[in-house]
Design a protein around this ligand. Sequence first.
Ligand code: ADP
Length: 498
Amino acid sequence: MSAEKMGSGGEMGRAAGSVLQRELALTDMLDPDTFGGVVDSLGELYQVGIRVLDTRGRTLAEVKGGSGDFCGYIHASPEGRSRSAALAARLHEGPLTPTQGARSVPGTSPLGGELLALPCFTGLRYLLMPVRWDGDELGRVVFGPFVPEELAEPPASLGELAGVDVARARELMARVRRLSEHEATKLVAHFAQVLAALLASGQKSHLTSQLHLEATLETQRELETQNAQLMRLNQRLKEADRLKSSFLSTVSHELRTPLSSIIGYSEMLSEGLVGGLNPEQMQFVRTITEKGNTLLKLISSILDMSQIEAGKVRLAFEWVDVQELVESALTSVMPQAQRKGLTVTVRMPQVVQPRVVADREKLRQVVVNLLANSVKFTPGGGRVEVRLSELGPQPRLGVSGYRIEVEDTGVGIPEDQRARIFQSFYQVDDSPTREYGGAGLGLAIVKSYVEGHGGRVGVTSEVGKGSCFTVVLPQEPPLSGQGPAYIPPPIDTEPDRF
Ligand code: ADP
């Protein structure tokens, strides 16, 4: 059978080795149990033996009919046995043409090819029906033996076989069904009809299940290919990311050293260590120091982030007084806040907070980054407030801990941007003309440090009204008991909704 014959236009029809292009076999199309049952009942109905074989000579179903005793008797004679074996070979494997003792029966065979009659040396007869389906040779049906209607007596040659008594043979032959060739042909035609019906439905379900299987395999193959591609891409991305981090780390490291010298020398100049400066010179030198410090902060954040991304940042846990830490963070942003005319308030717990376990420097940086942002993104005259909660159960973490909130009356963050501001280098306004400085790393560092402590960070905000960043931290980070802990390289997760 070919793909064209199936009229398949789909992808499957063209695929090499598709089931539509493969030759069918009888075993694919017939369920052995069901078919065996059908052949048994038809054999009983006809009272004639039936054997169905595939093209490789394998028997798919067989029923003996009434000839068993007679054949058994002939087989008892060695010569009878060897002649029977030769006949069986001719019937089961011989050509399906009117040669080698076979004669063509008038009319066409119901399942294609020629219907053949084959005489047995005992006088009995077989019909041989080829099974063709959709142009494919699938096998054959051996029908018989039956006693031809015209046979009056067993041939005399039977008596010449050693150990065979003609009278006994005649007696046993009487149990074999007697049929005219015309009747036998009609029975074969009936059997062919049943077989054709079974083949049609068997072919349908075989093709359907095979096509389904092929489609599934094809999908699986496609998925495997895509998966392999994704893995390769992922690998490349990881490598590019690693190179970026290492490049940033090298560059910022190289920039820090000369920049520290610039700041150092400009400070020496402004302190008059190498002679006095006139007011204008003093103003210039102070600007150099100020801008140098801004640049140094920027470079330090790049270096910090590249270290985090490389998984090289270690947290050194110790007992920390958070109240003191928050106040110290506040002092580092106060000059800037005052310059902008912001009102900065701090609210501490009523009771003195017990100490907690944290990496002091990293936690300080978390608070400084949040406060620096609030100061930066709040217009003059606005308010910034930092609040430290009491120690208590933190449902979000499932352990005891505390919250630090930094609230401002600044520009606010649009809802659709809130998830992204914690990604490195992300800024809500990334236009070249943007109003606020920065590299977009402050919050990415905050998130990594907070999560490294086993905490969570989230934000609520309203555009034009202000923002509130909340950090929830455990009293004792889960990893703190096991010595210094490395912060895992960041993965993009949605920030918490507070
Ligand atoms: P940077 O401040 O250097 O741009 P961050 O990672 O600290 O980088 O912040 C990322 C972005 O998040 C900022 O560019 C800003 O758009 C927004 N953002 C952060 N904090 C605030 C805030 N308090 N008010 C308004 N927008 C903020």
